[in-house]
Design a protein around this ligand. Structure first.
Ligand SMILES: NC(=O)c1ccc[n+]([C@@H]2O[C@H](COP(=O)([O-])OP(=O)(O)OC[C@H]3O[C@@H](n4cnc5c(N)ncnc54)[C@H](OP(=O)(O)O)[C@@H]3O)[C@@H](O)[C@H]2O)c1
Length: 316
């Protein structure tokens, strides 16, 4: 096992981050309809004011719009921001040289000289983890990224990435995977435990299960778009889970269901990056950190969702 170097420690100190997929994405998230430029700008500012400084974006979010917006917002603030973005392994991007080129494109969109974390968005059947990591090594050598991560990698590919980087003295900083109270595959398949063992930060995406764990959606009031059919079965099962989240929230000074759901992820040793469309959502989500539910409460939530069908995307 490679020593977790000083460069990746900052990730382990972060309790909660902010997801920026919603910023500019019209197809899935309805940017321009449900939320505007002003909304996401305020979501960013509220987050910073509440101490949330780690923002996750990707070159494909809104075809680059998310990165552009993030770059503009960063320019307007004098507060420090930690930036994570992602490389998308399109079928024609088959060599390691594509990684530094793609990262330079992301940096140009954001107006930055380097990022804090560069991640492979998805594994690819056409590019080996070894080739991808050789590209990442180039990015580190050129000073374009501080640390290296993967996303949606199952254990086998994650370990191959880890070993390739270790040969260059670079630790694998993170694996960003789908993880929420309603999608617990990474607990069951050992990925979470393996990450902890190797000092890899597990970054939890969709920690609110795309809004379901906020309690605002029900069979009568389903979420818009593709979420309605994807979660049709879950909407039937979820009311007792929401009640339990709310009851636990009451034990902790009136935390909301969203805040308790995010705190559950933190208690599991992962870093949640909830997406926020507006300042109200950002403010609530920031309150998922800075406190801790009891082990008994975590166990009750586990029990409430133990038998649920898993919705995780990503490699198993
Ligand atoms: N690596 C990957 O493959 C991958 C995949 C997915 C996501 N991600 C990253 O993870 C981040 C978070 O995941 P996600 O966006 O899929 O799901 P999420 O964080 O579970 O849910 C985000 C959505 O829930 C609703 N919401 C959030 N906070 C709320 C609050 N306090 N009150 C009420 N509603 C609230 C909003 O949608 P509505 O208002 O429309 O309900 C928001 O767009 C993304 O932004 C992205 O950075 C990465």
């Amino acid at each position: 096992m490679a020593e977790a170097s000083i460069e990746t420690r900052f990730l382990h100190a972060i309790q909660i981050g902010l997801g920026a997929w919603q910023w500019g994405d019209r197809v899935i998230w309805g940017y321009g309809q449900t939320h505007t430029y002003k909304d996401v700008r305020e979501a960013f500012n509220v987050s910073l004011n509440l101490g949330v400084r780690f923002v996750d974006t990707a070159e494909i979010y809104g075809s680059g719009t998310s990165e552009r917006l993030l770059g503009q917002f960063i320019k307007e603030t004098d507060q420090p921001v930690l930036v994570a973005t992602k490389f998308f392994p399109w079928l024609w991007k088959l060599t390691k040289g594509f990684l530094p080129r793609a990262l330079k494109g992301s940096l140009e969109r954001m107006g930055l000289e380097s990022v804090d974390l560069y991640q492979i968005h998805w594994p690819s059947p056409l590019i080996s983890p070894e080739t991808m990591m050789e590209g990442m090594v180039e990015c580190v050598k050129q000073g374009l990224t501080r640390t290296v991560g993967v996303s949606n990698f199952g254990q086998k590919r994650m370990l191959r990435a880890y070993s390739t980087l270790a040969q260059h003295g670079i630790p694998l900083a993170s694996n960003q995977v789908h993880y929420s109270l309603l999608s617990r595959e990474v607990e069951k398949n050992g990925t979470l435990a393996r990450c902890k063992e190797l000092g890899i930060r597990l970054i939890a995406y969709s920690p609110l299960e795309k809004g379901l764990l906020t309690g605002k959606y029900s069979v009568e009031n389903p979420p818009p778009g593709v979420r309605a059919s994807r979660y049709a079965e879950m909407l039937i099962k979820i009311p007792p889970v929401i009640k339990l989240l709310q009851a636990i929230g009451q034990n902790h000074g009136g935390k909301t269901a969203s805040q308790v759901a995010l705190n559950w992820v933190i208690c599991k040793g992962a870093l949640p990056i909830p997406g926020a469309k507006n300042p109200q959502q950002a403010e609530v989500n920031a309150g998922g950190a800075g406190w801790q539910m009891t082990a008994d409460e975590v166990a009750k939530l586990d029990e409430a969702t133990d038998g649920f069908r898993d919705y995780s995307s990503g490699e198993k």
